[in-house]
Design a protein around this ligand. Sequence first.
Ligand code: FES
Length: 200
Amino acid sequence: MLNPLITTIVNPTAIVVAVIATLLVVLVSSLKGRGWEPATDISDEVLQRRAAAVPETEFPEPGNRSIGGGGGGGAIPAGGEGEEGELEDGAAGGSGPGDIPEDEVEYFEVEFVKQGETVELSNNEPILDQGEDQGWDLPYACRQGQCVSCAGRIADGPSEDFVEHDNQQMLEDAEIEDGYTLTCVAYPRGSFSIETGEAP
Ligand code: FES
């Protein structure tokens, strides 16, 4: 009678214990088996192999020099200096009317029709600037010849018979023929009458 009872009580417990023990053993053994140490050993080996290869490429300075000096260092300074030099030479050439020295300045009588006055203007300052010097509120925006806000009209003929434009970028030839001028970049080179605030 005891044997069957013992076996019915012991067997389930023994099975559970055995299963748990087995799982623990498997887990422990599997962890030990994977062992993280070999991974670190492998990386060390790789590092050692790379270290062994370093002597073959131990020319970092020449490499750096070729990248920095051959690419940016050589081409950019050479081209930049050349272009800058040319621009500076051109600018220093004094081709613009604004560069006329004071002892060579000429003056012309210019009638401002809308203002009802005739004044003497120099040939080394824009009409706009000299009109403002008179205290007149003349129209303008960019002051660089890139809009038509400052436009005026010289009724006496083509504007460039009377003014020199220094880099005007807006007026077409026909408009210049009609007498239009951009006063912010127009330098007198004769006497004339002008209506300010007149755009084509
Ligand atoms: S203000 Fe713009 S072109 Fe004269």
